[in-house]
Design a binder for this molecule. Structure first.
Ligand SMILES: C[S@@+](CC[C@H](N)C(=O)[O-])C[C@H]1O[C@@H](n2cnc3c(N)ncnc32)[C@H](O)[C@@H]1O
Length: 389
């Protein structure tokens, strides 16, 4: 079943029509045939059935594409067993779940999801399930919004909850949604917490904060500095940091004016103080001196190598971070960059430019534990960068 939600991405939008949805007469006939074929439930089927509400919860709360849900397993169970208890449980774990009520996925997404459940229910020969139609009725009356919520379940059973934009690009930025490389890198970080433990971490192009919030919650850094250049992104980033229980409470180092940066600290469960900052940092403008002040031990970035035009200013910032900032200090900062390789030429350009400035890059093995639901067929590569004299 985990394979089912490992096959598509939460960054993907549901799109598509709202409405009641119907499996039609053919589907009903299929339901009757299914009912005729009902037999004893095997232990394996029972185990699979028990896992379904949890899988639906993970996928729904993170707004995964519907193809990622274990719909085939649901359909098989419904056709073989007919009763609607499983659908009721799924409803409780998704649309009616208290977390999804407080931080709901987009209206469009909820409509599509409920329509799909209704189609599945119509494949059975059982009575219509009022709760499904009531829930759909409520969503059909709900107003669309520019934002939606995604809730990512951590192995500790804590959630990372984000407010995101429903559109992939809005306000001239790609930073208002979470990209797959962020989910990939967060999984890697959780497998390698020692890289961040007790360190000062700087993130470039944080977007709305998924990677950093996950690292703060799971890897015990000493200080975590989120950064981005876009004012709207910084605003949403700060809200997300706060709503995940990480405190930002005073002004700090600024490139975009005093409102651009905030920092604060929070006592995590482990007892050590974690210092958190959200900085306005534009790769095109940041100076050597400003970078040196940050004293970052570890630099992270996800999905920032997507445009040949930004490669050159990115390289210049990496030189400042990995070469100039450590001169004469004895420090040896390292950087981890996770990139979705959409355009191999752009990615090749990035690596070639790194070679030119003597920044070594080494490909790091992918994470092996599947924690977050996203499209695992996307080509994502993680590089470790450092300067070698
Ligand atoms: C594709 S988004 C990735 C966001 C996030 N890291 C993720 O993976 O979900 C690229 C991010 O880089 C930021 N960015 C682009 N150019 C930048 C620049 N010159 N200086 C700082 N940040 C920049 C954008 O604002 C955006 O948040």
């Amino acid at each position: 079943m985990s394979g089912a939600w490992g096959a598509a991405g939460p960054g993907a939008r549901a799109g598509g029509a709202a409405g009641g949805g119907s499996g039609g007469a053919g589907a009903r006939a299929g339901g009757a045939a299914g009912a005729r074929a009902r037999g004893a439930v095997t232990e394996q089927q029972q185990r699979q059935r028990q896992g379904l509400p949890g899988s639906f919860h993970r996928c729904f709360s993170a707004m995964c594409r519907l193809e990622m849900f274990p719909m085939a397993e649901l359909q098989e169970w419904l056709q073989n067993n007919g009763d609607s208890t499983l659908l009721q449980e799924i409803l409780q774990q998704t649309v009616l779940h208290p977390l999804c009520n407080k931080y709901p996925p987009s209206v469009k997404y909820r409509r599509r999801f409920l329509s799909e459940l209704i189609k599945k229910h119509e494949l059975t020969s059982s009575e219509p399930l009022d709760q499904l139609y009531d829930a759909l009725g409520e969503v059909l009356n709900a107003e669309e919004s520019e934002t939606c919520h995604k809730n990512y379940l951590l192995p500790s059973k804590e959630y990372v909850t984000l407010t995101e934009n429903v559109a992939i690009i809005s306000g001239g930025t790609t930073g208002l949604v979470t990209w797959e490389a962020a989910l990939y890198f967060a999984e890697w970080a959780m497998e390698n917490p020692e890289v961040f433990h007790g360190r000062t971490v700087l993130e470039l192009g944080s977007g709305i904060g998924f990677t950093g919030i996950t690292i703060c919650k799971t890897c015990s850094p000493k200080r975590y500095m989120f950064s981005d250049c876009h004012p709207g992104v910084l605003q949403q980033l700060r809200k997300n940091i706060l709503s995940n229980g990480l405190l930002l409470d005073s002004c700090a180092w600024s490139l975009l004016g005093p409102e651009a940066d905030v920092e604060g600290s929070v006592e995590p469960a482990g007892g050590r103080t974690l210092n958190v900052a959200a900085l306005g940092l534009d790769w095109e403008e940041v100076s050597r001196e400003q970078i040196a002040q940050l004293q970052a031990d570890v630099i992270v970035a996800t999905d920032i190598v997507y445009d040949p035009e930004v490669v050159f200013c990115l390289i210049s910032v990496l030189e400042k971070l990995l070469i100039h900032a450590s001169e004469g200090t004895g420090r040896h900062p390292v950087m981890y960059v996770a990139s979705t390789i959409r355009n191999p030429e752009t990615y090749h350009l990035f690596k070639t430019e790194l070679d030119k400035v003597a920044i070594k890059h080494q490909v790091i093995k992918s994470p092996t534990t599947k924690v977050f639901p996203y499209n695992r067929s996307t080509k994502i590569e993680l590089l470790r960068l450092h300067h070698e004299k």
